[in-house]
Design a protein around this ligand. Structure first.
Ligand code: GLY
Length: 323
C-alpha cells in the first residue's frame, strides 16, 4: 500500500511538474518574500504534506495564493489512497461517491459545490462557481451539468478498493441505518508573500452517509473561512458538529479579537464540546493561520495531525487535543 501510494504520488507530482519533499526537508525554490510577510501554508492530516508541497511550488513560481490552494488540494483529490477525498473516496450507503468542496479568495469571494458526482476535481468546479457565476454554491445535478458545460469530464470515482470496503460494510449493516466514521477532509489555508490569504476544502464526506447528505466542507464559515484582514481557518472531522457551530468562521472571529490561532481553534472546540452531546468516536480538527503567519492546529481528541510548510520546510505536526 505504501509503495503504491508513493508511486502514485510521484507519478502525479511528475505529471504536474513538482518534486515531492520528504517531511521536514527544505524544498528548492522559495516564494519571494516581501518585508513583513512570510508565506505559510497549513493543511489537514498526513496527506496535507503532498498538498502543501504542490501549493508551495505554485507560490514559488509566482502564481497566486488562490492557484496555490487549488493546486494543493487537487493532489489529495486525485490520490486513490486518500479514502475521504475525491477519487478513491468511500461512497455513501448506496455506493455513490459524492463530493463537497469550497474555496475562498483574498477578496472574500467564495464558491462551493455539494453532493457532486463523477467529477475528479470538485475544487476546480467550486472555483469556477466563484469566478464565473453570481452564486456561491451549486449542488447535485445542477453542479454536474455546470461542470460539464464548462469542459469537465465525467469520471468513475469509486475505485475497486473503495468498492470492496463498501461491500463489506453493507454486509454488516442493518438496511436503512447508515453510519459514517471516516473523515479526513483536506482543508488548506495559505498566506502568500504579499500578505494575501486563500483557502480550499474538499471531501467525499462521511463514509456510508445517507444519500444526499452534505457536510461542513462546502459550507462557507463551517468547513472553511478566510478573512484577508484577520486570517483563515478550515475544519475536518464530523461535519455535523462543525456546521452547528459554524466552526471555521468562529475560529476567524476569535482571531479577530487578537487571540492566537491556537487559542482560537481551542475555543471553537470548547464551543462544540459545551453545546453538543459528543459520542466517543467523534473527532473534529481545526487548522488556522493568522494574517501575521502564525499557524496552529487543534483536535477535539488525540490523533489529529496537520501539515505546515514555512520557508520551504514541510512538517507534519501532532495537534494538541481538547479532551
Ligand atoms: N468534514 C467532512 C464531512 O463531515 O463531510
Amino acid at each position: 500500500m505504501y509503495n503504491r501510494r508513493k508511486f502514485l504520488l510521484s507519478s502525479l507530482a511528475a505529471s504536474i511538474g513538482i518534486s515531492l519533499p520528504l517531511a521536514g526537508k527544505p524544498i528548492a525554490g522559495s516564494p519571494r518574500i516581501r518585508a513583513g510577510s512570510r508565506p505559510a501554508i497549513i493543511s489537514t492530516w498526513n496527506h496535507g504534506l503532498a498538498a502543501n508541497a504542490a501549493a508551495w511550488e505554485q507560490l514559488a513560481a509566482g502564481r497566486s495564493v488562490l492557484d496555490a490552494v487549488e493546486t494543493g488540494v487537487r493532489v489529495s483529490e486525485a490520490d486513490p489512497d486518500v479514502t475521504s477525498v475525491g477519487f478513491g473516496g468511500l461512497p455513501d450507503s448506496s455506493g455513490e461517491v459524492t463530493l463537497d468542496a469550497c474555496i475562498m479568495n483574498s477578496a472574500g469571494d467564495a464558491g462551493a459545490v455539494a453532493c457532486l458526482k463523477n467529477i475528479l476535481h470538485p475544487i476546480s468546479v467550486a472555483r469556477l462557481v466563484m469566478e464565473e457565476t453570481p452564486h456561491v454554491m451549486l449542488v447535485g445535478e445542477g453542479a454536474l451539468e455546470f461542470a460539464m458545460r464548462n469542459g469537465f469530464q465525467k469520471a468513475n470515482l469509486l475505485t475497486p478498493d473503495a468498492r470492496k470496503v463498501w461491500e463489506k460494510w453493507k454486509k454488516t449493516q442493518e438496511a436503512g441505518k447508515p453510519v459514517g466514521s471516516g473523515h479526513d477532509t483536506i482543508g488548506m489555508v495559505a498566506l502568500d508573500a504579499g500578505g494575501d490569504l486563500a483557502g480550499a476544502c474538499t471531501t467525499s464526506g462521511l463514509s456510508f452517509k445517507l444519500p444526499g447528505r452534505v457536510g461542513d466542507s462546502p459550507i462557507i464559515g463551517a468547513g472553511l473561512y478566510v478573512d484577508n484582514e484577520v486570517g483563515g481557518a478550515a475544519a475536518t472531522g464530523v461535519g455535523e458538529l462543525v456546521m452547528k457551530t459554524l466552526g471555521s468562521f468562529l475560529v476567524v472571529e476569535m482571531m479577530r479579537t487578537g487571540i492566537s490561532p491556537e487559542e482560537a481553534c481551542r475555543m471553537a472546540l470548547e464551543r462544540i464540546a459545551e453545546k453538543i452531546p459528543l459520542k466517543s468516536d467523534m473527532q473534529v480538527g481545526f487548522i488556522a493561520i493568522s494574517k501575521a503567519g502564525e499557524t496552529a492546529g487543534y483536535g477535539l481528541r488525540k490523533s489529529f495531525e496537520y501539515a505546515v510548510i514555512k520557508e520551504g520546510r514541510n512538517q507534519l505536526l501532532t495537534a494538541s487535543a481538547l479532551l
